[in-house]
Ligand binder design. Sequence first.
Ligand code: FES
Length: 150
Amino acid sequence: MERNDFIKSLGLGIALVCTGSCLSGCGSKGSDPQPNNPGGNGPAPGTTANVDLSTQLLTVGASLTVNGILFIRIAAGNAVGSFAVTQAVCPHQGGALSWIQANNYIQCGLHASRYTSAGAILAQPNDGGTTSALKVYTPTISGNTLSVNV
Ligand code: FES
């Protein structure tokens, strides 16, 4: 083998090794965020969720998810206006939504989109996608039971 042929074949080998390692590095990793409920459109019609106000949501800023519905206490007292109620699953790709009392917004755990307690969008997902406003629900109160029937 001529020296030039050897160098050319060596260069091709290195290129193949580099390409292979680069492609394997581009594959999905276990730590990549994955949608946990793609297409989160909120709970199905007919879904009911109840909260016992004698033991739950006792302080302003407390929140609770029941049957895919996020309940947030936004004011003292047990009036309908004391609570914000939204879907608990992100419309973008189904991440779990949480109330962040310190910042006064709802945030998605998957791509960090943010919403007001009234469901309006404050920040789009951090993956370049777009989300939509949250569905909100008007609860009823009977005795110590706060309820939503979708
Ligand atoms: S799933 Fe919520 S921002 Fe992507």
